[in-house]
Design a protein around this ligand. Structure first.
Ligand code: PEP
Ligand code: MG
Length: 834
């Protein structure tokens, strides 16, 4: 018997039987048998019913391959009819027998004959009269008498459950949970152990773990004179299992049965290698185990359970690593909307940075800062964010934008900061003048109103949703430690500031794979100095202003090197177009004119001169570096001086200097000759020797195609898959959000390529770039550092291409470590099977 033939429940029951558990007689019908039943081909019913002996009461339960895929509800007490009822009245008393009969008529009428439920509500007191009324109602509704033949009853139950599985709703529901189109349903027919009747009788469920926290403890309920899972929904009368002061318990009242249950539970955990919930019945003092299902669990509990099973020697550590979904780890790093919370959705956008936050709406970065100064949590709502908004983003608890995709400014910064972020909520309208945002259903939300942003689902909710706290417990750390033992590709972090670096270090990143230095210029009062630099007329003036930025930048690098002690730090030289540092609106221009003591006309003229039709393809990256070489000179000096300084107090630092947006070998040559000269000066001035490595960021298709000659000057190539995706598709990373969902829905693209690495196209360029890079330099170090770096599919691709590491946002480092380990384990399992 296997879960792919008879379903998970059947397989589990078979294992319980093999463990000599007191499981009532059970027969399993395979997926194929159930498919035949749905088509009207019934199995040999006499053969099916034979193992149960004469006049049994039976239950039928669904058994899908994965219990999460659901299935029709169980039906109990098949075989009840007038004759059996009369016999049971003598055996267990009229009231108990009548209750069982009524329950069966009800489930048969509603679930099998699909009648309206109203005439079949159960009365408070089961009487013979109520049986008569229900049987009459059945006959009235169907023009047929209620079937009395147990074989006919069983046949109809099987048929209705087999057909229910084929219903459209059931199919859609299970497909949403990952079931394949042709997922099968098995059915389990079992003799009923009666929890109703003489002596000690009742039923209940028991589990040995807390499904929310993952802690080991006995949980469950037991209800005397009950069947199935009634104990869980009973308003009163149910017993707790363990004696803990909350009320009477099975442990006190039925100590022997309790001890037996605990013994079975331990055995099941060890032999089934899983935390199971066990359904049991006590029939006249005798314990029966009816069913075992995997305990449904929270994300946090899933990590704890896997680790505890391995620590107890029940599963090996690689199995524990395989059992946790990497996405779960990302969620655990952030607050989440509690699963059962009611969601009053305002709008849905792209889930760009996981986690949830509650706060008051603000529409500007300044207001976000003011709100933070009052210690009032706020949500920054913008059409889109620009570098100017960074300080506001730092101050906000979450960010919501109308425009943008998964690699837009808000998304990238949000992920770096671990700030919940929803972008591309294009159905939302911001009315700046009236300071309100208007939801697609017309509701208006004014500045100051409280909303919840759920960056894990993309939902924006009205009001305050209940949030769950992050859970970075020992189990989390242990799991990742084990993951690292199996992982065979490096994981670094994209970290722009010392705070990011600290997060990266805490998550055990193996270095910084991308430090976007321009982000440092948005901090504190640096933006003002940066703007002065932009307004400088001559190279000397520019150099003079850059002199003032030098100590700040040097300080940043010293901090980064110190935090990352002993780990590589890859610093990318300045990349964005300069206009990103200028204010976008008129009032900003006026402020700037005041700050710089310049006529407004000059500010306007400069802003205009810097504007480009296509800034992302314009003067940015190395092009800017070559046009205004003083900028890279200053950055190189800051890197080298910081290298000397940080090496004094710790291990020698070997900085990696990365050149962005390269498309020709000569660009690298020119930058290198200037930077080498700066290194020479710093060596001479400080009397200290140091080494450094150059790298090229491969983010234009040409750089990938020409990697063989470009790599001459580069010890490493790092693929910037954000820009490379943008340029391969000719698709603006900031504007694609507008139509991406309709494109994906229409299957034009299988996925948003900014979110999921496009293996067929962009991947081909990565492959070509890697191959040609290796032709030029055998030992070139290869990596990716775009937003894809943390995703499983990209890590899979990079491993197969023999890349050295991936680099991703600090908060994605744990899940990247886990994904990488899982991929390595799967490969080694496949290899050992060959
Ligand atoms: C990239 O283009 O993939 C990249 C990492 O650089 P940025 O996102 O800063 O353009
Ligand atoms: Mg880039």
């Amino acid at each position: 018997m296997s879960p792919s033939v008879h379903g998970g429940r059947a397989k589990c029951l078979q294992r319980l039987v093999r463990l000599d558990m007191p499981v009532p007689t059970t027969v399993a019908l395979s997926f194929d048998a159930v498919r035949d039943i749905a088509r009207g081909q019934m199995p040999d019913m006499d053969e099916l019913i034979a193992p149960f002996g004469g006049a049994p009461l039976l239950s039928v339960r669904p058994s899908s391959q994965d219990p999460d895929w659901g299935g029709p509800s169980a039906i109990l007490n098949i075989g009840m009819n007038d004759e059996r009822h009369a016999a049971l009245c003598a055996e267990i008393g009229e009231e108990a027998a009548t209750a069982i009969y009524l329950r069966f008529i009800q489930s048969y009428a509603v679930q099998v004959a699909r009648l309206d439920p109203e005439p079949f509500y159960l009365p408070d007191t089961p009487t013979l009269e109520s049986v008569r009324v229900m049987l009459d109602a059945f006959e009235y509704e169907t023009d047929e008498v209620f079937p009395q033949d147990p074989v006919q009853q069983l046949g109809e139950v099987l048929r209705s459950m087999a057909r229910a599985w084929d219903g459209t709703t059931a199919r859609l529901l299970r497909q949403a949970k990952g079931a394949p189109i042709d997922a099968g349903l098995g059915l389990v027919v079992q003799r009923i152990a009666l929890g109703v009747g003489q002596g000690t009788s009742g039923s209940g469920v028991i589990q040995f773990v807390d499904e929310v926290t993952g802690e080991r403890r006995i949980k469950g309920r037991y209800l005397s004179q009950s069947q199935g899972r009634e104990a869980l929904s009973a308003a009163k009368g149910a017993l707790y299992l363990v004696q803990d002061g909350r009320g009477p318990s099975v442990e006190e009242e039925l100590p022997e049965l309790f001890a037996e249950l605990v013994r079975f539970g331990e055995l099941v955990r060890v032999r089934l290698r899983e935390e199971m919930q066990i359904e049991f019945t006590i029939e006249n003092g005798k314990l029966h185990i009816l069913d075992g299902v995997r305990v449904q669990r929270s994300n946090r509990a899933s990590v704890r359970i896997a680790v505890a099973l391995a620590e107890d020697g029940i599963i090996p550590t690689d199995e524990a690593v395989m059992r946790v979904d990497p996405a779960v780890l990302s969620e655990l790093l952030h607050r989440q909307v509690a699963p059962m919370t009611e969601r009053d959705r305002i709008v849905r956008g792209i889930a760009a940075s996981p986690g949830a936050a509650v706060g008051r709406i603000v529409f500007s970065a300044n207001d976000a800062q003011a709100s933070a100064a009052r210690s009032e949590p706020c949500i920054l709502v913008r059409r889109e964010t620009t570098p100017e908004d960074i300080r506001g983003m730092h101050a906000a608890n979450a960010v919501l934008t109308v425009r943008g995709g998964i690699t837009s400014h808000a998304a990238v910064i949000g992920r770096g900061l671990g700030l919940p972020c929803v972008v591309g909520a294009s159905d939302l309208v911001i009315d700046k003048k009236r300071r309100v945002m208007i939801a697609p259903d017309g509701r208006e939300f004014a500045e100051g109103e409280v909303i919840t942003v759920d960056g894990s689902s993309g939902d924006v909710l009205a009001g305050t949703a209940t949030l769950e706290e992050p859970a970075l417990d020992n189990a989390f750390q242990t799991l990742l430690k084990w993951a690292d033992e199996y992982r065979d590709i490096g994981v670094r972090a994209n970290a722009d500031t010392p705070a990011d670096a600290q997060t990266a270090r805490n998550f055990l990143a193996q270095g910084i794979g991308l430090c976007r230095t321009e982000h440092m210029f948005f901090e504190g009062d640096r933006l003002g100095v940066m703007r002065e630099m932009i307004f400088a007329h001559t190279s000397e003036d520019r150099r003079a202003v850059l002199e003032r930025l030098l100590p700040m930048q040097r300080g940043d690098f010293i901090e980064l090197f110190e935090i990352m002690q002993g780990k590589p730090v890859c610093i990318r030289l300045f990349d964005p177009p300069l206009h990103e540092f200028l204010p976008a609106d008129k009032s900003g221009h006026r402020e700037l004119a005041e700050q710089l003591s310049l006529p407004l006309s000059e500010v306007n003229a400069r802003v205009e001169a810097l504007s480009e039709y296509n800034p992302m393809l314009g003067m940015r990256g190395v092009r800017l570096g070559l046009t205004y070489p003083e900028i890279y000179d200053m950055q190189a000096r800051a890197i080298f001086e910081a290298t000397v300084e940080a090496s004094r107090s710790g291990d020698p630092v070997v900085p990696e200097i990365m050149i962005p947006l390269v498309s020709a070998m000569r660009e690298v040559e020119l930058v290198k000759s200037r930077i080498d000269a700066v290194a020479g000066h710093v060596r001479a001035e400080t009397g200290t020797n140091f080494t450094y490595r150059y790298g090229v960021m491969v983010e234009t298709p040409r750089a990938a195609l020409r990697a063989e000659d470009i790599v001459q000057y580069a010890a490493f190539l790092s693929f910037g898959t954000n820009d490379l995706t943008q340029m391969t598709y000719g698709l603006s990373r900031d504007d694609a959000g507008r139509f991406m969902s309709s494109y994906v829905n229409a299957h034009v693209y299988a996925e948003d390529p900014f979110h999921t690495l496009d293996i067929e196209g962009v991947g081909e360029l990565l492959k070509i770039g890697a191959e040609r890079g290796r032709l030029g330099r055998r030992d070139v170090v290869l990596s990716i550092c775009g937003e894809h770096g943390g995703s499983r599919s990209a890590i899979d691709f990079c491993r197969r291409q023999g890349f050295d590491y991936v680099s991703c946002s600090p908060f994605r480092v744990p899940s990247a470590r886990l994904s990488a380990a899982q991929l390595a384990i799967s490969d080694s399992r496949k290899n050992s099977m060959r």
